[in-house]
Design a protein around this ligand. Sequence first.
Ligand SMILES: Cc1cc2nc3c(=O)[nH]c(=O)nc-3n(C[C@H](O)[C@H](O)[C@H](O)COP(=O)(O)OP(=O)(O)OC[C@H]3O[C@@H](n4cnc5c(N)ncnc54)[C@H](O)[C@@H]3O)c2cc1C
Length: 412
Amino acid sequence: MTTSPTPPPSDPAPDRSADAVPGAAEAADVWDVVVVGAGPAGASAAHAAAAAGRRVLLVEKASLPRYKTCGGGLIGPSSGALPPGFRAPLKELVYACTFSMNGRWTRTKRVRGKGEMFGLVNRPEFDAGLVAAAREAGAHVREDATVQRVDEDAHGVRLTLAGGETVHARALVGADGSAGRTSAYVGVVFDQVDLGLESEIPVPPEIADHWRGRVLIDWGPLPGSYAWIFPKDDTLTVGVICARGNGEATRAYLRDFIARQGLAGFRPSVTSGHLTRCRADDSPLSNGRVLVAGDAAGLLEPWTREGISYALRSGRAAGETAALIAAARDDADVKEATEAYRTRIEATLGREMRAGRLMLAAFERRPALFHNAVSHIPKAWSAFEGIVRGRRTLADYVERPAIRKALRFVAR
Ligand SMILES: Cc1cc2nc3c(=O)[nH]c(=O)nc-3n(C[C@H](O)[C@H](O)[C@H](O)COP(=O)(O)OP(=O)(O)OC[C@H]3O[C@@H](n4cnc5c(N)ncnc54)[C@H](O)[C@@H]3O)c2cc1C
C-alpha cells in the first residue's frame, strides 16, 4: 500500500491554503478538499472549493471526457448555476415542444417572447468543460482513479483507491453518482428508483432539420413514464424513463417509441441505461467531514428526473461548505458547517423535490390531465415554459393552496 504523494514542486496550482488552514504547513500531504467524481456536481464542488482558496483534488474513475447516459437538457436553473464566466457548449436551442400521449394527441407548443426555452448539450463535452473550469480555478484533477473506500479518523478523511494507494483530506465531497461509494458512507436513503434508457441516433440532414429547435415529450403507457427526443446537430438523443421494476416494458416502450418516430432504421451510435435515485425527504447529506452532492445525494427532480441543475447547485454549496470544513478548528465548527449545508439544501432543492414528488404522484394517476393541460390551457403551458426557463420554480406553483389541494385529490 502506498500513500498519495504531495503534489510535486513543479505542480502549477498554488498552495493557497497554508495560511488559512491551521496545521496545513505541517501536513502538506493532506489535501484541504478531495472531491470524488467529475460530473457536474463534482466539477462545481471542486471549482467552488478552489475558488475559496483551498488546495483541491478532484478524483475521477474514468478517462475524461467520459460518456454519461443523459438527455443533456440544460434548463434555466442549470444555466443559472454554472461557474462564473463558463459558457455551456450548446448543441441546440429549443424554441418548441411537441407533446403526445403514448404516440397520440400530438400537439406542438412554441415559446412566447424572446429567447430559447432551454438548451441541449452533449454531456462528455459539457462535463469536460466544467472540469477545465475547475482546473483553471486551481483544482488538481486525477483521472483513471477509482475510490474504493472512505474512512475517517481524528485527523480527517482517508480514501483508498483501487490499487491500494491512500489519499488524505480535511474534507470530502462525494459526487460519484447514483450508485457511488460515498452515498453508502453517508447513509443516503433513496425512496424512488427509476430506470432510464437512451439511444444516440445519428440521422441524415433532412431528419436533423425536421427536429431543429424542437423537442418531443411523450407521456408514456407505464405509470410515471415519459419518453423524449432531444436533437443535437446530426444526432437525436432518444430516451425513456420509468420506475425500476418494469425493465422489459420500459425497453418495449423505447422500441415502440423509436419505431413510431420512423427512426428504427437508423443504427444508434450508443445505447445505454442508468438508474436514477431520489433521496427520501429526511435522508442525511453528510457524515463527519464527508458531504454528498448531486446524484450521490439523491438530489434530482422526482417528476422530470432533471438532475443537472441539482448537481450544479448542490455541488457548489458542497464545495463552499467543504472549504469551511477544511479550515475548521474543531468538531463544533465541522458540525456547524454541515448543518448549514443541510439547511441550505433543504430550503432550496428539498423544497423543489417535495413539489416534484406531489406532481409525480398526481401524474402517475392521471397523465392525460397533464397532457391536456399543457397542450390546451395557455396558463398551464406558460407555467411549464416559465419553470423550464427558470423564471419560476415548480414549488412556486405547487405550494399554492388550490393547486396543492387539486394535486392531492388527483393523486389519491
Ligand atoms: C436517461 C437519463 C436522462 C437524463 N436526462 C437529463 C436531462 O436531460 N437534463 C438533466 O438536467 N438531467 C438529466 N438526467 C439526470 C442527470 O444525468 C444527473 O442527475 C446528473 O448527471 C448528476 O450529475 P452528478 O455530477 O451528480 O453525477 P454524474 O454525472 O453521474 O457523475 C458522477 C461521476 O463520478 C464518477 N465516479 C463514480 N464512482 C466513482 C468512484 N468510485 N471513484 C471515482 N469516480 C467515480 C463517475 O465516473 C462520474 O464521472 C438524466 C438521467 C438519465 C438516467
